[in-house]
Design a protein around this ligand. Structure first.
Ligand code: CA
Length: 236
């Protein structure tokens, strides 16, 4: 089923490209429009704010080096105001620190320039497909409850705000509560089966989910690390 879905056309979506380089920006906009998406292109952070206020996109492709703002700051602001949009950072920076900061700051994924067009399109397709998919209506384990349709989550009576990838990650762990889940499985299901980047993405997202569960009063070790294997959602 995964292969069939991977080859199916993208879900037509509203995509915002934030990129100051005319060559890269028009290239990205062209690729996305050819895949059937409604594409808008912001050349600056100010443009991006204006276009997002006008119409919230489903997915944002965000360059980190912008003329009027740091892309990492912009990413944080976008995330504060729009919990549900998928943010993919596209950057020439190869420093892993920037990538981790971007993920910490609210990005769901990152790709480095120069990117392979086929890979970028597959990644975006996977993000948009998962965003549009509804899983089982409700998942429940220990004190954690997830409403998949509404994409809301609670610890006991306290609602927590999860980013799209955090929600998906927690959903997989809760669905397998009490059982060990392999890192590779999480990468496949939550990100992309053709994933070839660093698994730092997974660790950063797990750390953030742990923090949010604990902030809402749950145990710090609710998600146990199984060294060399993966993670397990612990039942009480
Ligand atoms: Ca740039």
């Amino acid at each position: 089923m995964g292969d069939v879905l991977a080859n199916s056309p993208a879900v037509p979506s509203k995509v915002l490209v934030v990129e100051d380089d005319p060559g890269v920006g028009s290239g990205l906009a062209g690729i996305l429009a050819a895949d059937g998406h409604e594409v808008r292109w912001a050349h600056t952070a100010a443009d991006a704010h204006r276009l997002i206020a006008d119409r919230v996109p489903d997915l944002i492709l965000l360059d980190l080096g912008l003329p009027d703002a740091d892309g990492l700051e912009l990413c944080g602001k976008i995330r504060e105001q729009n919990a549900d949009v998928v943010v993919v950072v596209v950057t020439a920076r190869t420093d892993e620190t920037d990538a981790v900061r971007a993920l910490d700051g609210g990005a769901d994924d990152f790709v480095t320039k120069p990117f392979r067009q086929v890979e970028l399109r597959a990644r975006l397709r996977a993000h948009l497909r998962r965003r549009g998919e509804a899983g089982p209506p409700e998942l429940h384990a220990g004190p954690v409850r997830l409403d998949q349709g509404a994409r809301r989550a609670w610890v006991g009576e306290r609602e927590i705000t999860l980013r799209p990838k955090e929600h998906e990650l927690l959903a997989v762990l809760v669905a397998s509560a009490g059982e060990a889940v392999r890192r590779e499985h999480l990468m496949d299901v939550v990100w992309d089966q053709h994933w070839c980047g660093s698994t730092k993405t997974l660790d950063v997202h797990v750390a953030s989910v742990r923090r949010k569960l604990a902030d809402a009063g749950d145990r710090w070790d609710r998600i146990a690390t199984l060294r060399g294997y993966g993670y397990r959602f612990e039942l009480d």
